[in-house]
Design a protein. Structure first.
Length: 202
């Protein structure tokens, strides 16, 4: 396997009244497939989960912002010039209350790359680039995890936090509304959560 480069990403899902906020640190290793012709094949991404954090339900949003900024300013997530002038890329759930939190994070991290992702329903056919980020159908967020797991391109170290992620993946399913036929991707029951799944997908 030929390694090309590595990039660090932080995915931040903003919790609502019944869901906690969650954060995932991913390392992306872009490489050519084993045995591939370097002049013909294109590099593909392989991902390793380096850190997973879940705040207790009801944690104030300013605490989530403070903790995220502190993490972004710690090595190896902080920039290390001259080779790396950006550091880790922060991808934030910009849906609902997330808009205000995204702006708070941008203000606190003025020289860092903060990408806003607004999650849309299944009626949207594909991701759409917008100023400062993307609007992405939830089915695409669900599909990218399934794809990477299926191709053995997403790995994690076993821990209690990872056990929580695996549990969420098992209960993250497709629901079809009988009256409209529209699909939605969400937790199986109201008792289940999908916050770490969405942080990982973003």
């Amino acid at each position: 396997v030929m390694a090309a480069d590595k990039t660090l990403f932080i995915g931040l899902d903003i919790g609502q009244a019944a869901d906690p906020s969650a954060l995932v640190v991913l390392e992306k290793d872009t490489r050519l497939p084993e045995g591939a012709d370097p002049f013909m094949a294109s590099p593909i991404g392989h991902y390793s989960i380096r850190h997973l954090q879940r705040w207790p339900l009801g944690t104030l949003y300013n605490v989530v912002v403070r903790d995220t900024v502190a993490l972004m300013n710690r090595p190896p997530l902080t920039p290390s010039p001259p080779k790396d002038s950006i550091g880790a890329v922060l991808v934030v759930d910009n849906t609902g209350i997330g808009r205000a939190i995204t702006e708070d994070l941008r203000a606190a991290l003025p020289r860092r790359r903060v990408v806003a992702v607004t999650i849309s329903g299944s009626q949207m056919l594909k991701p759409n680039r917008v100023p400062g980020g993307w609007t992405v159908p939830k089915k695409d967020l669900a599909g990218v995890i399934q794809l990477c797991f299926g191709q053995n391109r997403l790995k994690a170290v076993k821990s209690k936090q990872m056990d929580q992620l695996v549990k969420e993946l098992r209960t993250f399913t497709i629901k079809v509304k009988a009256s409209t036929g529209n699909e939605s991707y969400e937790s199986l029951t109201a008792r289940d959560h999908d916050d770490t799944v969405l942080a990982l997908a973003m």
